[in-house]
Design a protein. Structure first.
Length: 275
Protein backbone atom coordinates (compact mmCIF):
# COMPACT_ATOMS: atom_id res chain seq x y z
CA UNK A 1 0.00 0.00 0.00
CA UNK A 2 2.86 2.36 0.63
CA UNK A 3 3.73 2.43 -3.07
CA UNK A 4 0.14 3.07 -4.23
CA UNK A 5 -0.28 6.69 -3.23
CA UNK A 6 2.96 7.94 -4.82
CA UNK A 7 1.96 6.18 -8.05
CA UNK A 8 -1.43 7.87 -8.00
CA UNK A 9 0.19 11.23 -7.36
CA UNK A 10 2.61 10.68 -10.23
CA UNK A 11 -0.18 9.78 -12.62
CA UNK A 12 -2.20 12.78 -11.49
CA UNK A 13 0.80 15.08 -11.93
CA UNK A 14 1.40 13.71 -15.43
CA UNK A 15 -2.27 14.26 -16.31
CA UNK A 16 -2.29 17.85 -15.02
CA UNK A 17 1.01 18.56 -16.77
CA UNK A 18 -0.37 17.29 -20.09
CA UNK A 19 -3.54 19.33 -19.62
CA UNK A 20 -1.57 22.49 -18.88
CA UNK A 21 0.61 21.91 -21.92
CA UNK A 22 -2.51 21.68 -24.05
CA UNK A 23 -3.97 24.83 -22.55
CA UNK A 24 -0.71 26.67 -23.06
CA UNK A 25 -1.19 26.34 -26.80
CA UNK A 26 -4.03 28.84 -26.56
CA UNK A 27 -2.17 30.89 -24.00
CA UNK A 28 -4.50 30.27 -21.07
CA UNK A 29 -4.46 28.58 -17.71
CA UNK A 30 -1.99 26.76 -15.47
CA UNK A 31 0.24 29.81 -15.05
CA UNK A 32 1.35 29.90 -18.71
CA UNK A 33 2.35 33.30 -20.06
CA UNK A 34 0.08 33.93 -23.07
CA UNK A 35 2.60 36.42 -24.49
CA UNK A 36 5.56 34.07 -24.38
CA UNK A 37 7.01 33.72 -27.88
CA UNK A 38 4.86 36.51 -29.33
CA UNK A 39 5.81 39.90 -30.75
CA UNK A 40 4.37 41.57 -27.65
CA UNK A 41 1.59 43.58 -29.29
CA UNK A 42 -1.00 41.69 -27.27
CA UNK A 43 0.16 43.58 -24.18
CA UNK A 44 -0.68 46.95 -25.76
CA UNK A 45 -3.95 48.90 -25.53
CA UNK A 46 -6.44 48.40 -28.36
CA UNK A 47 -5.70 51.70 -30.11
CA UNK A 48 -1.97 50.98 -30.20
CA UNK A 49 -2.56 47.47 -31.56
CA UNK A 50 -4.66 48.91 -34.37
CA UNK A 51 -2.03 51.58 -35.01
CA UNK A 52 0.77 49.03 -35.29
CA UNK A 53 -1.33 46.87 -37.62
CA UNK A 54 -2.04 49.83 -39.90
CA UNK A 55 1.61 50.84 -39.88
CA UNK A 56 2.68 47.30 -40.77
CA UNK A 57 0.16 47.16 -43.62
CA UNK A 58 1.29 50.56 -44.88
CA UNK A 59 4.93 49.50 -44.97
CA UNK A 60 4.29 46.19 -46.74
CA UNK A 61 4.92 45.87 -50.47
CA UNK A 62 2.46 43.06 -51.19
CA UNK A 63 -0.51 41.13 -49.80
CA UNK A 64 -3.00 38.41 -50.74
CA UNK A 65 -6.54 39.55 -50.00
CA UNK A 66 -9.48 37.15 -50.04
CA UNK A 67 -13.00 37.21 -48.69
CA UNK A 68 -16.32 38.93 -49.15
CA UNK A 69 -17.88 42.37 -49.28
CA UNK A 70 -21.62 42.77 -48.78
CA UNK A 71 -23.02 45.62 -50.87
CA UNK A 72 -26.72 46.46 -51.01
CA UNK A 73 -27.58 43.00 -49.75
CA UNK A 74 -25.41 41.31 -52.39
CA UNK A 75 -22.20 39.45 -51.62
CA UNK A 76 -19.09 40.11 -53.70
CA UNK A 77 -16.24 37.63 -53.41
CA UNK A 78 -12.67 38.88 -53.80
CA UNK A 79 -9.45 36.98 -54.41
CA UNK A 80 -6.69 39.47 -55.17
CA UNK A 81 -2.90 39.60 -54.99
CA UNK A 82 -1.73 43.17 -54.70
CA UNK A 83 1.53 45.08 -54.65
CA UNK A 84 2.63 48.67 -54.99
CA UNK A 85 2.94 48.66 -58.79
CA UNK A 86 0.13 46.33 -59.80
CA UNK A 87 -2.01 43.37 -58.95
CA UNK A 88 -4.27 40.65 -60.26
CA UNK A 89 -7.18 38.52 -59.22
CA UNK A 90 -10.87 37.81 -59.48
CA UNK A 91 -14.06 39.52 -58.35
CA UNK A 92 -17.36 37.61 -58.28
CA UNK A 93 -20.75 39.24 -57.97
CA UNK A 94 -24.21 37.64 -57.97
CA UNK A 95 -24.55 38.58 -61.65
CA UNK A 96 -21.12 37.96 -63.12
CA UNK A 97 -17.42 37.40 -62.58
CA UNK A 98 -14.43 39.29 -63.90
CA UNK A 99 -10.67 39.11 -63.63
CA UNK A 100 -8.62 42.24 -63.22
CA UNK A 101 -4.94 42.73 -64.00
CA UNK A 102 -2.82 45.85 -63.63
CA UNK A 103 0.81 46.21 -64.66
CA UNK A 104 1.97 49.70 -63.74
CA UNK A 105 -0.70 51.97 -65.21
CA UNK A 106 -1.92 49.43 -67.76
CA UNK A 107 -5.26 47.96 -66.65
CA UNK A 108 -7.00 44.92 -68.13
CA UNK A 109 -10.37 43.24 -67.53
CA UNK A 110 -11.27 39.69 -68.54
CA UNK A 111 -14.82 38.35 -68.38
CA UNK A 112 -17.54 36.41 -70.17
CA UNK A 113 -20.15 37.91 -72.49
CA UNK A 114 -22.66 38.45 -69.67
CA UNK A 115 -20.26 40.88 -68.03
CA UNK A 116 -20.27 43.09 -71.12
CA UNK A 117 -24.06 43.21 -71.19
CA UNK A 118 -25.75 44.20 -74.45
CA UNK A 119 -22.65 45.60 -76.11
CA UNK A 120 -22.53 44.68 -79.81
CA UNK A 121 -18.89 43.76 -79.23
CA UNK A 122 -19.61 41.42 -76.31
CA UNK A 123 -18.82 38.30 -78.30
CA UNK A 124 -15.43 39.61 -79.36
CA UNK A 125 -14.55 40.61 -75.81
CA UNK A 126 -15.52 37.32 -74.17
CA UNK A 127 -12.62 35.77 -72.24
CA UNK A 128 -10.15 38.28 -73.66
CA UNK A 129 -8.05 40.74 -71.68
CA UNK A 130 -9.65 44.05 -72.56
CA UNK A 131 -7.33 47.00 -72.00
CA UNK A 132 -9.16 49.77 -70.15
CA UNK A 133 -8.29 53.22 -71.54
CA UNK A 134 -7.05 55.62 -68.87
CA UNK A 135 -9.52 58.22 -70.12
CA UNK A 136 -12.52 55.92 -69.74
CA UNK A 137 -14.82 56.62 -66.73
CA UNK A 138 -14.33 53.04 -65.51
CA UNK A 139 -10.55 53.18 -65.43
CA UNK A 140 -10.13 54.72 -61.98
CA UNK A 141 -12.98 52.68 -60.59
CA UNK A 142 -11.70 49.26 -61.65
CA UNK A 143 -8.10 50.24 -60.95
CA UNK A 144 -9.20 50.54 -57.32
CA UNK A 145 -9.48 46.75 -57.12
CA UNK A 146 -5.74 46.51 -57.80
CA UNK A 147 -4.57 49.51 -55.77
CA UNK A 148 -3.17 48.05 -52.57
CA UNK A 149 -3.18 51.31 -50.60
CA UNK A 150 -6.67 52.38 -51.65
CA UNK A 151 -8.19 48.98 -50.96
CA UNK A 152 -6.52 48.51 -47.58
CA UNK A 153 -7.43 52.04 -46.47
CA UNK A 154 -11.05 51.27 -47.28
CA UNK A 155 -11.14 47.84 -45.68
CA UNK A 156 -9.15 48.31 -42.47
CA UNK A 157 -11.63 50.64 -40.82
CA UNK A 158 -13.02 50.24 -37.30
CA UNK A 159 -15.96 52.42 -36.29
CA UNK A 160 -16.49 53.15 -32.60
CA UNK A 161 -14.78 52.71 -29.26
CA UNK A 162 -11.95 50.20 -29.46
CA UNK A 163 -11.45 47.31 -27.06
CA UNK A 164 -9.03 44.41 -26.90
CA UNK A 165 -10.25 40.82 -26.60
CA UNK A 166 -8.16 39.33 -23.81
CA UNK A 167 -8.30 35.73 -25.02
CA UNK A 168 -6.10 35.27 -28.07
CA UNK A 169 -7.38 33.59 -31.21
CA UNK A 170 -5.96 32.06 -34.37
CA UNK A 171 -6.28 32.97 -38.03
CA UNK A 172 -5.22 29.87 -39.89
CA UNK A 173 -2.14 28.66 -38.04
CA UNK A 174 -1.14 32.10 -36.76
CA UNK A 175 -1.93 33.34 -33.27
CA UNK A 176 -3.64 36.70 -33.20
CA UNK A 177 -5.04 39.34 -30.89
CA UNK A 178 -8.42 40.78 -31.76
CA UNK A 179 -9.49 44.42 -31.52
CA UNK A 180 -13.20 45.22 -31.65
CA UNK A 181 -15.04 48.49 -32.19
CA UNK A 182 -18.34 49.31 -30.52
CA UNK A 183 -18.44 45.84 -28.93
CA UNK A 184 -17.98 44.22 -32.33
CA UNK A 185 -20.75 46.13 -34.08
CA UNK A 186 -18.17 48.51 -35.56
CA UNK A 187 -15.93 45.75 -36.86
CA UNK A 188 -13.29 43.30 -35.64
CA UNK A 189 -9.62 43.28 -36.56
CA UNK A 190 -7.31 40.31 -35.91
CA UNK A 191 -3.61 41.19 -35.68
CA UNK A 192 -0.71 38.76 -35.85
CA UNK A 193 1.10 37.92 -32.61
CA UNK A 194 3.93 36.33 -34.56
CA UNK A 195 6.60 38.38 -36.31
CA UNK A 196 5.42 41.65 -37.82
CA UNK A 197 1.98 42.63 -36.44
CA UNK A 198 0.18 42.47 -39.77
CA UNK A 199 -3.62 42.55 -40.02
CA UNK A 200 -4.76 38.97 -40.63
CA UNK A 201 -8.54 39.27 -40.74
CA UNK A 202 -11.02 42.13 -40.97
CA UNK A 203 -14.67 41.52 -40.08
CA UNK A 204 -16.42 44.63 -41.30
CA UNK A 205 -18.99 46.69 -39.45
CA UNK A 206 -22.65 45.87 -39.90
CA UNK A 207 -21.95 42.39 -41.24
CA UNK A 208 -20.58 43.93 -44.44
CA UNK A 209 -18.18 41.11 -45.13
CA UNK A 210 -15.03 39.40 -43.90
CA UNK A 211 -11.60 39.61 -45.53
CA UNK A 212 -8.45 37.61 -44.81
CA UNK A 213 -5.03 39.15 -45.46
CA UNK A 214 -2.06 36.84 -45.96
CA UNK A 215 1.29 36.42 -47.69
CA UNK A 216 2.40 39.87 -46.58
CA UNK A 217 5.61 40.92 -48.30
CA UNK A 218 5.84 37.81 -50.48
CA UNK A 219 7.17 38.58 -53.95
CA UNK A 220 5.16 37.79 -57.07
CA UNK A 221 5.21 38.90 -60.69
CA UNK A 222 2.56 40.59 -62.81
CA UNK A 223 3.03 40.75 -66.57
CA UNK A 224 0.94 41.98 -69.52
CA UNK A 225 -1.21 39.28 -71.13
CA UNK A 226 -0.16 37.75 -74.43
CA UNK A 227 -0.90 39.94 -77.43
CA UNK A 228 -3.24 37.38 -79.01
CA UNK A 229 -5.27 37.37 -75.78
CA UNK A 230 -5.58 41.16 -75.58
CA UNK A 231 -8.14 43.55 -77.03
CA UNK A 232 -7.29 47.25 -77.12
CA UNK A 233 -10.59 49.04 -77.55
CA UNK A 234 -9.12 52.49 -78.07
CA UNK A 235 -10.08 55.54 -76.06
CA UNK A 236 -13.30 54.24 -74.49
CA UNK A 237 -14.90 50.92 -73.57
CA UNK A 238 -18.02 49.98 -75.59
CA UNK A 239 -21.47 51.22 -74.66
CA UNK A 240 -24.42 48.86 -74.45
CA UNK A 241 -26.96 48.41 -77.24
CA UNK A 242 -29.74 49.89 -75.14
CA UNK A 243 -27.63 52.86 -74.08
CA UNK A 244 -27.95 51.93 -70.43
CA UNK A 245 -24.55 53.38 -69.78
CA UNK A 246 -20.87 52.90 -70.29
CA UNK A 247 -19.03 50.11 -68.61
CA UNK A 248 -19.52 46.38 -68.02
CA UNK A 249 -23.03 45.02 -67.86
CA UNK A 250 -24.68 48.27 -68.82
CA UNK A 251 -24.89 49.21 -65.17
CA UNK A 252 -23.34 52.62 -65.55
CA UNK A 253 -19.80 53.80 -65.05
CA UNK A 254 -19.72 53.19 -61.34
CA UNK A 255 -21.25 49.84 -60.53
CA UNK A 256 -18.46 48.38 -58.44
CA UNK A 257 -18.61 48.09 -54.65
CA UNK A 258 -16.80 50.64 -52.50
CA UNK A 259 -15.58 49.47 -49.09
CA UNK A 260 -16.19 51.94 -46.27
CA UNK A 261 -15.19 51.93 -42.62
CA UNK A 262 -18.76 51.57 -41.37
CA UNK A 263 -19.78 48.92 -43.87
CA UNK A 264 -22.29 51.18 -45.63
CA UNK A 265 -21.27 50.42 -49.21
CA UNK A 266 -23.23 51.56 -52.21
CA UNK A 267 -23.38 51.14 -55.95
CA UNK A 268 -23.67 53.84 -58.54
CA UNK A 269 -21.49 56.77 -59.50
CA UNK A 270 -18.18 56.63 -57.69
CA UNK A 271 -19.18 53.61 -55.62
CA UNK A 272 -16.04 51.51 -55.98
CA UNK A 273 -12.62 51.14 -54.42
CA UNK A 274 -11.14 53.84 -56.59
CA UNK A 275 -14.05 56.29 -56.70
Amino acid sequence: MTAYFPAVRLRRAAFVGALCAGLAVTGTGCGADPDEGTNGVGKLPADQIEGKARAAAGAANSVHLSGTLVVGGKTFTLDLRLKSDGGSGEVKSPENTFQVLRVGDALYLKADAAFWGQSPSAGKLTDKYVKVPEGDPTYKQFRGFTDMKVLLDGLLGLDGKLAKVEDYTKVGHTRAVQVTANQGKGGKLSVSLQGTPYPLRMERAGGAGKVDLAEWGQSFQVAPPAQDQTVDYGSQLPTTKDGAGQGPGGTGSGASPKPSADGRSTTGQGANPGG
